[in-house]
Design a protein around this ligand. Structure first.
Ligand code: ZN
Ligand code: ZN
Ligand code: ZN
Ligand code: ZN
Ligand code: ZN
Length: 287
């Protein structure tokens, strides 16, 4: 929709009017047939038509172009009243700068800045409204630390508020402690499982070592038994050796005696051989 022609000061060229809304062009576009329209007007028209509303020539969105520069300049230079004229604004400015003015116009109606407040107020009256707005908030004068909406002022009860807060904190704390406990328990549990596993591993190793040791002990016992056996056999052999030595000595002695006896024809007597040796030369000298 264009700008209401009533707001303009002085004559407005026919060519700067929208062919559809007949007001002064707002955000204009131009067709190849040189007819011009507000963007919103022609977009609305082309939803149900495919021609120029002025001369019925074929038309679609893709052939629309910006307004000729000289027309755009003429448009921008038009002077018009602020839209808040009926509320008291006496500003007249060029079409080019009317938007900027209206954004900051003291007579524009703006929403109250307090959240939840439905009041629309002229910008110049905002401060006055904020001072009495039912949605204004302020810190509790009793020092409980709460921000109280003006509308709830009489219902505010510091103790009740604090009690609610305390309950909230308490339940939050319980929740957190519960979480921590759960985590700790699960950690302990996994450690316990780990230890049990380790213990059974160690137990197995101990069993293995025990069986190794008992095998070694039985080996050792059989080795010792074998050694004992060997030693007995050795002693036995030694004994037999001694006996045999004795026997040999006896036999040698017998053997010698026998040979002496067979030489002299007498049985062995001590010194017999010596005597005969001593005696023989004497016999000889006597002869
Ligand atoms: Zn229009
Ligand atoms: Zn046309
Ligand atoms: Zn104004
Ligand atoms: Zn308000
Ligand atoms: Zn309070």
């Amino acid at each position: 929709m264009g700008y209401d022609i009533e707001r303009f000061v002085g004559y407005v060229n026919e060519g700067l009017l929208c062919c559809i809304c007949r007001d002064v062009l707002e955000d204009p576009l131009q067709a190849p047939c040189e007819h011009a329209f507000c963007t919103s007007c022609i977009h609305g028209w082309l939803v149900h038509h495919n021609n120029c509303p002025e001369d019925r020539q074929a038309l679609d969105m893709s052939v629309l172009r910006p307004l000729y520069r000289y027309m755009k300049n003429d448009l921008n230079r038009l002077q018009l009243h602020c839209k808040n004229r009926e509320h008291g604004c006496e500003m007249i400015c060029s079409l080019e700068s009317i938007d900027r003015h209206e954004r900051e116009c003291e007579y524009s109606h703006i929403p109250c800045s307090n959240t939840g407040c439905p009041v629309l107020v002229e910008r110049r009256n905002l401060d006055g409204h904020l001072a009495v707005c039912e949605y204004r908030s302020r810190e509790c004068p009793n020092g409980c630390g709460y921000t109280v909406l003006s509308a709830e002022d009489t219902q505010h009860n510091c103790v009740a508020e604090l009690r609610t807060e305390l309950e909230l904190l308490r339940s939050e704390m319980i929740c957190r402690m519960e979480e921590a406990r759960h985590e700790m328990e699960s950690r302990l549990d996994s450690q316990r499982r780990h230890m049990v596993q380790k213990e059974s591993l160690l137990q197995n190793e101990i069993e293995e070592l025990k069986s190794q040791m008992s095998r070694m002990m039985s080996d050792l016992r059989s080795l010792m038994a074998a050694e004992r056996q060997h030693r007995q056999e050795l002693e036995q052999a030694e004994l037999e050796k001694c006996e045999l030595m004795e026997l040999r000595k006896g036999l040698q002695k017998d053997c010698r005696l026998n040979s002496d006896a067979s030489k002299k024809g007498t049985h062995f007597r001590p010194l017999t051989r010596l005597d005969s040796v001593k005696r023989k030369p004497r016999e000889v000298t006597v002869i």
